[in-house]
Write a protein that binds this ligand. Structure first.
Ligand code: AN7
Length: 352
């Protein structure tokens, strides 16, 4: 069956009518991958059924496309000619792509020097006006919130409710892919807290059961865990380098309602989980996307989550090719050999 994108696929659950001109790149319908080797590593012989929702396979390489098809569709419907967002990179790339498709001007504010290369490359190629600000994501968000009060430009950050409408479809897909039920636990990284808010909306609306939520924040950017704004957030996971999340209150409510947990994990733990995903399961994500796995490992190790016979889904929010620089700098270096088979044989036999 041809997949039409998340709005057409889930229209009865979304506030769009049949007349709406949909701006889509056929996002969504991402695989839910069973991860037996990783499950065995995290919780040996417990019967844990672990699944990876691989959102890096969306058209621009992150989950943001689910929300962006909805936000840009609505912006066009309202007659907008320009859109703007602040971003750690993925929202910007997604906005740039959907704006291009709709023929809109797109401005993106990104923190100077703190946006992964693949995201910057995408924004520039889609033709967005990339504004590198000498500050953090949080500074950028404050700026765009103000400018939309002064200028006729539509805001497409996740404070825009249409973003959440689109992103909640991830929960619908997970329930569908599990055969019509929600998992026991749903794990994901938390930055600006739009996605955790949207997933909870989605599970509640779909009526196929409710998971408990496990949110992971990076230790150097963990305002919700700490209960206070982080003035200078810092983490290798630049996607979630956010100190004052816009959907903070909603995230706390979702965590409370679900009997969930939010926890902080170190950069080392994030990178360890990121490597495990690639090496045990062949799934390459950007570092931030491994935060849910790192949080799950921590909670199992600490005895806070009992994995026995549980169905657990981890959302992998962005593709590994988004951040090639971190990948290369944390990997082993390639072996260089002369171009002959004897050298290759020598290498093979001396490196068993
Ligand atoms: C890969 O692009 O905030 O908690 O500006 O790119 O909904 O913010 C990105 C966030 C997780 C956190 N994983 O999601 C942005 C931005 C990846 C991300 C998150 C982001 P939210």
């Amino acid at each position: 069956m041809k997949w039409p994108g998340i709005i057409a696929a889930y229209r009865p659950y979304l506030p769009f009518d049949d007349q709406t001109q949909i701006i889509t790149l056929n996002e969504g319908n991402t695989p839910l991958i069973r991860a037996n080797r990783l499950a065995e590593h995290l919780a040996p012989r417990t019967g844990l059924k672990l699944y990876l929702k691989y959102e890096g396979l969306n058209p621009t390489g992150s989950f943001k496309d689910r929300g962006m098809t909805a936000a840009i569709t609505q912006a066009v419907q309202e007659g907008a000619k320009s859109v703007i967002c602040a971003s750690t990179g993925n929202t910007a790339a997604s906005a740039a792509a959907y704006a291009a498709r709709a023929g809109l001007r797109c401005l993106v504010l990104v923190p100077e020097g703190k946006i992964a290369l693949g995201k910057l490359a995408a924004c520039l190629t889609y033709g967005a006006e990339v504004i590198s600000i000498q500050g953090s994501f949080d500074d950028g968000l404050a700026m765009v919130r103000e400018i939309v009060q002064r200028q006729p430009v539509a805001l497409v950050n996740s404070i825009n409710p249409w973003r959440l409408e689109g992103q909640k479809t991830g929960a619908f897909e997970i329930c569908d892919q599990l055969g019509g039920r929600a998992p026991d636990w749903h794990c994901l990284p938390v930055g600006n807290a739009g996605n955790i808010t949207a997933y909870w909306m989605g599970y509640k609306q779909y009526g196929k059961g409710l998971p408990r939520l496990l949110g992971g924040q990076a230790m150097g950017a963990a305002p919700i865990v700490r209960g206070e704004v982080v003035q200078q957030p810092e983490t290798v996971a630049t996607a979630i380098r956010i100190g004052n999340p816009a959907r903070w209150r909603e995230a706390v409510q979702a965590l409370d309602e679900s009997g969930g947990i939010i926890t902080a994990v170190s950069d080392d733990d994030i990178l360890a989980a990121w490597k495990l995903l690639a090496r045990l399961e062949g799934v390459f994500v950007e570092p931030a996307s491994a935060t849910g796995i790192a949080a799950l490992k921590q909670q199992i190790d600490q005895g806070e989550i009992d994995p026995t016979d549980k169905t657990i889904v981890c959302v992998l929010t962005g593709h590994g090719l988004k951040d090639p620089e971190t990948a290369v700098s944390h990997a082993t270096t390639p072996v260089t050999l002369p171009a002959n088979t004897d050298s290759l044989e020598q290498y093979l036999t001396t490196h068993p």
